[in-house]
Design a binder for this molecule. Structure first.
Ligand SMILES: [Zn+2]
Length: 270
């Protein structure tokens, strides 16, 4: 999806020989949103590669003259073309009063104009994005606008996930939805003084609960198979000392269904 901004006018308060007062055109896909419409905006658009297109939406940040004096002329031009497509104008409180006063200037139009007054925090939900308003510091009531695109899940890279050891399961769905998951392997865990810790980029973090997905035999090489490279040395002693819980405890079925069954049976007893 293409997204860009066209700086139609960048001057403040008054125009200069090179610059027109405030106006900004946002182009996203086939949509064209005009933010502010200072004096000369329609001529700036005509002189640009954009042209004076049939805008459907105009947004005002505030009502200082250098931000709206281009509106009546542009509305009039649309009417002289015989436009019939509706136009919606958004702005902070005072929009209806202002456009009401300007009606004497632009007169009768050939198309309907809808006026929508917005407050800080209002969100316009769109196809693929939200347009949100936020407060800005200025001498009169003003709005900032931010366009926030909805998250788009990309293609899931199975090969990389396999290489990184991401288990086949709900973790992959969470990754694709843009959430983070923590992958801890046996080699990331160490036991010291019967306390289990996890190595992280921020140092060691104590671990209280472990959900194991390996057979008992591979849980702790010191306890079961000293020749094994799997498991966490000393984990069993930490467990016996009560310093770590094992969800799906030793000797119990490893599959989650087993754990859920035990939980349900214990919980639902009359
Ligand atoms: Zn201003």
């Amino acid at each position: 999806m293409d997204l860009d901004l066209v700086f139609v006018g960048t001057s403040g308060s008054v125009p200069t020989a090179q610059r027109a007062p405030s106006s900004l055109l946002l182009r996203r896909g086939g949509e064209r949103l005009l933010f502010d419409c200072g004096e000369g905006t329609q001529r700036q658009l005509l002189r640009s590669s954009v042209g004076l297109i049939e805008l459907q939406e105009v947004f005002f940040t505030h009502f200082h003259a250098d931000h709206y004096l281009g509106l009546p002329g542009m509305l009039k031009t649309f009417a002289l073309r015989g436009r019939d497509a509706p136009l919606t104008i958004y702005g902070p409180r005072g929009l209806k009063e202002l456009v009401g006063a300007l009606r004497r200037v632009f007169g009768k139009l050939t198309y309907p104009v809808e006026l929508v007054e917005l407050r800080v925090g209002d969100v316009l939900a769109r196809d693929g994005y939200d347009l949100t308003t936020f407060p800005v510091a200025h001498r009169v009531e003003s709005l900032g606008f931010v366009l926030v695109e909805h998250a788009r899940p990309g293609r899931f890279d199975v090969e990389t996930a396999d290489a990184l050891g991401v288990p086949a399961g709900p973790e992959r769905g969470r990754l694709q939805a843009g959430e983070a998951i923590e992958l801890v392997e046996g080699r990331d865990l160490i036991v010291h003084d019967n306390i289990v810790s996890m190595r992280t980029t921020a140092g060691l973090r104590r671990v209280d609960v472990i959900y194991r997905r390996v057979d008992d035999d591979f849980l702790d090489p010191l306890a079961f198979r000293t020749d094994s490279h799997l498991g966490v040395a000393g984990l069993l002693n930490a467990y016996r000392a009560g310093n770590v819980s094992l969800a799906n405890a030793i000797g119990r079925e490893i599959i989650e269904a087993g754990l859920v069954n035990v939980w349900l049976t214990n919980t639902l007893k009359p």
